[in-house]
Design a protein around this ligand. Structure first.
Ligand SMILES: [Zn+2]
Length: 330
C-alpha cells in the first residue's frame, strides 16, 4: 500500500481479483506465491501432476515430504500458500486442462497466468481467453532462456499471432532436452507476476509492450514488438480449434521424464479405494485421497480420481494406451 502505484485502493482491487494459474511447476508455483503474497483474493491453482524430488530445485512451495506423499502439486501449493496468507481463498483443481473443460475452469477469472510447459496448452489457453475476453500472461522458461508476453483480447497480439503454427516436435528445446535453471524460471515468473499486478490494477499503459526475451547466461533482455495479425484465426477471426473438442482417449509423453500420461475419453470420478481393492491382487497398491499408486513387475502407474493415468514402463504412447485399458478397461 506504500507504493504510489498501488496504494490502499489498488490493494483492495487486488483483494477483489480472481486469478487462475495453469500449471504449478517451475513458473506457476513462483507466480502463484507472488499473487498470494500480494494479497490477490482468489486463486485457482490448476495442475495435473504430483510433486517429485526433481521439482524441488526450482520452487520454494514444495517439500521432500510432499514428494514422499505423491501430493498433487495443486493441493500441496494451495496448502503452502494458505499457510502464508489465511485471508485469501485458494482452490486446487487436480485436473488436465483440456478443450472440454477450459471454459468452465477459467470463465469466472479476471486473469489467467500461464505456468504450462507446452505449445498445445498455450494454444488452448489462447483460444479460451480470447473467447471469454480474459487477459492472460504467457510465460516460458527452458535452459537459461525465458519469455513473457501479456495478451489482452482485443488489444494486443495473441499467442497465435506470435506463433502461427506449432514447431514440429523435437525442433525446439524442452526441459527434457535442455534442463532448466531454477533462477531463470523464478525470474521469468516474477516478471510475469509484475505484469499480472499491473493488469489487475488496470494499468495497461504500463504493461510490457511486446514479448520480453531473456538470455540469463549472457544477461540480455530484449523486448520484441509483436504485431496483431488481422488474418489470425484466433484474435482476428475468433475461430477456435481446441475448444470444445472431445478427442477420445489420448496418450502423450511427459516433458522431462520417462513417463506417459493417458487421458480417458471423458473425465471420470473414480472411487480410488474401490480401485485399490480391485488392483491389489495384481500388484502393490498405495492409495491417498487424490492418487492411487500401483506397481507390478511390468509397469508403475499413478491413477487420479478424474481417470487420468501417469505411467512408467511403456515404450510408446500407443503402448501406454494399451496398458491403460489392460489394467482399467475404462
Ligand atoms: Zn492472434
Amino acid at each position: 500500500m506504500s507504493l504510489p502505484q498501488i496504494g490502499a485502493e489498488g490493494q483492495q482491487r487486488l483483494y477483489a481479483a480472481r486469478v487462475a494459474v495453469v500449471g504449478i511447476g517451475a513458473l506457476g508455483s513462483v507466480s502463484a506465491e507472488l499473487m498470494a503474497r500480494a494479497g490477490v483474493g482468489y486463486l485457482r491453482l490448476i495442475d495435473r501432476d504430483y510433486v517429485s524430488l526433481n521439482n524441488l530445485h526450482r520452487t520454494a512451495l514444495f517439500s521432500e515430504a510432499d514428494a514422499a506423499d505423491n501430493a498433487p502439486k495443486a493441493v500441496a501449493a494451495s496448502k503452502a500458500l494458505q499457510a502464508v496468507n489465511s485471508g485469501i481463498q485458494l482452490e486446487a483443481a487436480v485436473t488436465h486442462l483440456s478443450g472440454a473443460n477450459a471454459l468452465e475452469l477459467l470463465q469466472d477469472m479476471d486473469l489467467v497466468l500461464d505456468g504450462s510447459d507446452n505449445y498445445e496448452l498455450r494454444y488452448l489457453l489462447n483460444e479460451a481467453c480470447d473467447q471469454m475476453g480474459i487477459p492472460w500472461v504467457y510465460a516460458g522458461a527452458v535452459g537459461n532462456f525465458g519469455m513473457v508476453m501479456p495478451i489482452i483480447p482485443g488489444q494486443t497480439a495473441c499467442f497465435r499471432c506470435l506463433a502461427p503454427t506449432p514447431p514440429p516436435p523435437g525442433s525446439y528445446p524442452t526441459c527434457a532436452s535442455s534442463g532448466i535453471l531454477g533462477s531463470v524460471s523464478s525470474s521469468v515468473a516474477s516478471i510475469q507476476a509484475t505484469e499480472a499486478i499491473k493488469l489487475l490494477l488496470g494499468r495497461t499503459d504500463n504493461r510490457l509492450p511486446g514479448l520480453l526475451s531473456i538470455d540469463a547466461w549472457n544477461c540480455s533482455f530484449d523486448v520484441i514488438e509483436v504485431q496483431r495479425d488481422a488474418t489470425c484465426p484466433v484474435c482476428g477471426q475468433h475461430q477456435y480449434e481446441q475448444l470444445g473438442h472431445d478427442s477420445g482417449a489420448t496418450s502423450s509423453a511427459l516433458c522431462g521424464r520417462d513417463e506417459y500420461q493417458v487421458l480417458p475419453a471423458a473425465p471420470a470420478d473414480l472411487d480410488l479405494s474401490a480401485w485399490a481393492q480391485r488392483l491389489r491382487s495384481q500388484g502393490d497398491v498405495l492409495v491417498s485421497p487424490y492418487i492411487l499408486t500401483f506397481s507390478d513387475t511390468k509397469v508403475r502407474f499413478k491413477l487420479f480420481a478424474d481417470g487420468r493415468m501417469m505411467l512408467k514402463g511403456a515404450q510408446s504412447a500407443d503402448q501406454a494406451l494399451a496398458i491403460y485399458s489392460e489394467y482399467l478397461g475404462l
